[in-house]
Design a protein around this ligand. Structure first.
Ligand code: ADP
Ligand code: ADP
Ligand code: ZN
Length: 217
């Protein structure tokens, strides 16, 4: 199964991705996680990417596209994959299509997690993440069992530097300008499915499963 998760920052892509990846045994590929890992390890890619992440801007396409191609070339992606946070521009989407086309493949669906703007700010400013395993929590909607500690690996959870109100607003503008057009792009390919992303996390996952059932056999 080859799935793309679409949706604004804070829609719940990362949260749903963890469930989907487990349920369907496909690797969860998050470009944001890849960049953050490189930033924390201070690799050359991390040093470059940090300038963009800190300001809520997109890392340039050529850098991002190459990283994803490399990742998709790994053995564990042979049976499928789940892309979370990529593509984010039409340019990236075209590069992905071309890359898969050359291998006689295509994505099964681009799944849009639809959440109204009014809910986004609260979701994002209350988000806490685990820097070790990438798990995502929310102080109100999805708290850790032990305060401040990741349920999965027990590391200290943190607030992302780009989850402050002003950077979130910039990221939403970037989404509107550069990522929103992908909805039309996949609709035109008849590859778009839309899931209501409001309500409890588990409720959303049930909808995701229903939607995937009808698309991917
Ligand atoms: P969120 O889950 O809140 O949408 P991500 O973790 O996906 O955020 O992304 C965090 C940041 O990483 C983005 O603001 C951007 O700077 C960078 N990034 C992630 N994916 C991409 C991409 N496909 N293209 C360019 N930049 C990206
Ligand atoms: P994205 O990867 O799309 O940026 P996340 O999965 O990190 O989004 O979710 C953003 C924040 O919203 C996190 O704090 C997460 O715990 C919370 N969240 C995710 N899904 C829901 C939901 N259905 N209801 C309330 N909060 C949610
Ligand atoms: Zn963890």
């Amino acid at each position: 199964m080859k799935i793309i998760l679409l949706g604004p920052p804070g829609a719940g892509k990362g949260t749903q991705a963890k469930f989907i990846s487990e349920e369907y045994s496909i690797p969860h590929i998050s470009t944001g996680d890849i960049f953050r890992k490189n930033i924390s390890e201070k690799t050359p890619l991390g040093v470059e990417a940090k300038k963009y992440l800190d300001n809520g801007q997109l890392v340039p396409d050529e850098v991002t596209i190459n990283i994803v191609k490399d990742r998709l070339g790994k053995d564990d992606c042979k049976e499928g994959f789940l892309l979370d946070g990529f593509p984010r521009t039409v340019n990236q989407a075209e590069a992905l299509d071309l890359f898969l086309n050359n291998k006689g493949q295509k994505i099964d669906t681009a799944l849009l997690i639809d959440v109204p703007k009014e809910l986004i700010l609260e979701r994002m400013t209350g988000r806490r993440v685990c820097p070790s395993c990438g798990a995502s929590y929310h102080v109100k909607f999805n708290p850790t069992k032990v305060e401040g500690k990741c349920d999965v690996c027990h590391s200290d959870v943190i607030q992302r530097k780009d989850d402050t109100e002003s950077t979130v607003k910039d990221r939403l503008d970037v989404y509107d300008e550069q990522t929103q057009p992908l909805i039309g792009y996949y609709k035109k390919q008849k590859a778009l499915s839309i899931v209501d992303g409001t309500g409890e996390i588990n409720e959303v996952f049930q909808r995701v499963k229903e939607s995937l059932k009808s698309i991917c056999k």
